[in-house]
Write a protein that binds this ligand. Structure first.
Ligand code: ADP
Length: 249
């Protein structure tokens, strides 16, 4: 088993309010983890901590076997944040330019782009089926198209781990399913490890192989079949909700 992410006894507080409480779990290469839990459960905070964006946490986080403090393989991680609209719509960047930004983290100063970067950008646009949009301003695109652009940016450095925060919210139901399906293909065909934050607990079991359900602490972490069999989860969620989460077809 190759460890991609290991979190041990992680706690985090905003002022006096504890948001993550003694969180521990391990993600292995090839996993597709659905990260679920109610609003305010600490999911985004957990992801920010793992990405080194949130300081003052207690506990140990290791990425690809390296402690966060000494980790320098950020180009191995693709991240798609919750709000694609956080991108300033007045900033006149083209699709190609936005995707190019995904290669910046691996560049040392002075940052120069090479022919092999152009190839990577073309491949990523191609993979997302948006090559024909490459010169369009991102602000002119639909929500679904923008989502693809940002995913192309997250994928351009060929990451081993892809972290997606609520990616479906900008999409209607059919595009949402298409998007989940596409992520599943990345996981299966390219072996990319996925951590996907979602509200859609009723659907995620169709795609993910593991469920991490949090509410400040870890309520459940394991396979969907273990979740479905768990009498403890039956008590926690009640029969109906447990059944809904188990619905995998
Ligand atoms: P989730 O992603 O599961 O909805 P969050 O990690 O966004 O949860 O938030 C967890 C809790 O931390 C919530 O109660 C939220 O209000 C609080 N919180 C989030 N960001 C901040 C912040 N910058 N300052 C203070 N409290 C925050």
């Amino acid at each position: 088993m190759v460890s991609v992410l290991s979190v041990k006894n992680l706690s985090f507080s905003y002022g006096p309010v504890e948001v993550l409480s003694d969180v521990s779990f391990d993600v292995e290469k090839g996993d597709y983890v659905g990260l679920a839990g109610p609003n305010g459960a600490g999911k985004t905070t957990l992801v920010k901590t793992v990405l080194g964006l949130s300081e003052r946490s207690r506990g140990v986080v290791k990425l690809f076997g390296r402690e966060l403090k000494s980790f320098d393989g950020w180009d191995r991680i693709g991240y798609l944040s919750q709000r694609v609209t956080a991108f300033n719509p007045l900033f006149p960047a083209s699709v190609k330019e936005v995707v190019k930004l995904g290669l910046l983290s691996q560049k040392k100063f002075p940052r120069r782009f090479t022919e092999s970067d152009s190839v990577k950008i073309r491949q990523s646009l191609d993979l997302m089926g948006i090559s024909d949009l490459e010169d369009k301003p991102v602000s002119d695109l639909s929500g679904g198209q923008q989502q693809r652009v940002f995913l192309a940016r997250a994928l351009v450095s060929n990451p081993d781990l892809l972290i997606l925060d609520e990616p479906g919210t900008a999409l209607d139901q059919p595009s949402r399913e298409g998007f989940f399906e596409f992520i599943k293909k990345l996981n299966q065909d390219k072996g990319i490890t996925i951590i996907l934050i979602t509200h859609d607990t009723a659907q995620i079991g169709q795609y993910a192989n593991k469920l991490l359900y949090m509410d400040k602490k870890v309520v459940f972490y394991g396979s969907f079949s273990d979740f479905c069999k768990s009498t403890e989860m039956h008590q926690y969620f009640g029969h109906f909700s447990q059944h809904l989460i188990c619905h995998q077809h």
